[in-house]
Write a protein of this length. Structure first.
Length: 303
C-alpha cells in the first residue's frame, strides 16, 4: 500500500499559520504568496483526509486535530533542520545560518561589542538576530524558531543547556541632585518605593531588581511602565524617580548627556547572571560554546 507523506514545505506552511494566525502574515514569513500557502494547506488536508483549519472571512481557527498535527509538524521541522546542522557541525566552526534571540536589556549594550569581532573572525557565519523578552525567546527556542538565546538568569527557560558567561552588577540610578553628598553605594533600604521606576511586565530585569532589593513593598509600590531602559533613564533625568540599571548599560554609555548618577546597589546578591542557552543535545553545541567564549570575553572586558 502506497503511503503519501506530507512535504516539509506543507508542514512549514501549517506551522507558520499556527504561529501567525493569519494567512497573509504566514505567507510573508514563508516568502510565498498567500494563494500558494493556502493551496499547500488544502493539499495537506486532502492528503491526510482531515480538516486542520476552519476558514472564515475574519478568523483562522485550528481544529483540535489541526492543533495536534501542527505541534507534531513543529517537531518534525526541528528534526529536519538538525539533519543539516549535523553536516554543518562537521565542517568549519561558526559557519552557516544561526538564529540568536537576545533580550532587550542586553541587545543594545552587548551586541555592538561582539558583532564586529564575529564578522571579522567568522565571515562565513550568517547571524540572524531577534530582540524579544525572555519568555518569548525561550518559547521560540523550544519550538525551533531560534537556535540559542542570550538572556539573564535566573529565568525558567525549560530543559535547556546553559552556559553562564559573567555576572552583571546592578546599580541604582538617580538624578544627580537626589543625594548630597553623593554616596559611594546605595542600600536597598535607601530606595524610596514611591519613586522607583521599573520596566513593564515581561522584562526579567524587573524581577531581578526586585529580588536583589528583597523588599516586598517595592513590588507593590514601584511604578512599572518603562518600555526600555533608555526610556526609563530619560524619565529619571527629568526628575520623575529613580531606577535600577545593569552595569553593562552604564558601561555602554546609557547615562551620557544626562544629569543622572549611578551607584552600586548594596545588597546580598546585587547582580544578574548573563548566560547563553540552547536546546540540549543540539548538534551545534560546539558552535554555541565558541560563541559563548566570545560573549564572555566581551562581557568581562566591558568595563
Amino acid at each position: 500500500m502506497t503511503v503519501y507523506l506530507p512535504t516539509l514545505k506543507q508542514l512549514q506552511y501549517l506551522v507558520a499559520l499556527r504561529d501567525h494566525g493569519h494567512f497573509g502574515r504566514a505567507a510573508d514569513s514563508c516568502f510565498v504568496t498567500q494563494s500558494t500557502l493556502s493551496a499547500g494547506l488544502r493539499e495537506l488536508e486532502a492528503l491526510i483526509g482531515v480538516t486542520l483549519v476552519e476558514r472564515t472571512r475574519r478568523v483562522v481557527r485550528f481544529t483540535p486535530m489541526g492543533d495536534r498535527i501542527a505541534a507534531k509538524a513543529r517537531r518534525v521541522l526541528r528534526e529536519a533542520e538538525e539533519l543539516g546542522e549535523l553536516a554543518q557541525a562537521a565542517g568549519r566552526p561558526l559557519s552557516g545560518d544561526m538564529r540568536l534571540s537576545v533580550i532587550p536589556t542586553i541587545a543594545p549594550f552587548m551586541l555592538p561589542r561582539i558583532l564586529p569581532r564575529l564578522r571579522r573572525d567568522y565571515p562565513d557565519l550568517k547571524l540572524y538576530l531577534r530582540e524579544e523578552t525572555s519568555g518569548a525567546a525561550c518559547e521560540g527556542l523550544q519550538n525551533g524558531r531560534t537556535d540559542c538565546v542570550l538572556l539573564a538568569l535566573p529565568f525558567a527557560c525549560g530543559d535547556v543547556a546553559v552556559r553562564p558567561l559573567f555576572d552583571d552588577r546592578l546599580f541604582v540610578a538617580f538624578p544627580e541632585q537626589e543625594y548630597a553628598p553623593c554616596p559611594t553605594s546605595l542600600a536597598a533600604s535607601d530606595i524610596d518605593e514611591t519613586r522607583l521606576l521599573l520596566l513593564e511586565d515581561g522584562h526579567c530585569l524587573k524581577d531581578h531588581a526586585l529580588s536583589a532589593c528583597n523588599r516586598p513593598e517595592l513590588r507593590a509600590e514601584a511604578t512599572m511602565l518603562g518600555t526600555s531602559l533608555h526610556t526609563i533613564v530619560q524619565m529619571v533625568d527629568n526628575g520623575l524617580g529613580v531606577t535600577i540599571l545593569p552595569e553593562m548599560a552604564i558601561s555602554a554609555g546609557i547615562l551620557e548627556n544626562t544629569q543622572v548618577a549611578a551607584r552600586p546597589l548594596d545588597a546580598s546578591h546585587p547582580m544578574r547572571e548573563i548566560a547563553l542557552v540552547w536546546r540540549k543535545a543540539s548538534p551545534r553545541e560546539r558552535d554555541f560554546h565558541l560563541l559563548a567564549d566570545m560573549l564572555a570575553a566581551a562581557g568581562i572586558a566591558r568595563a
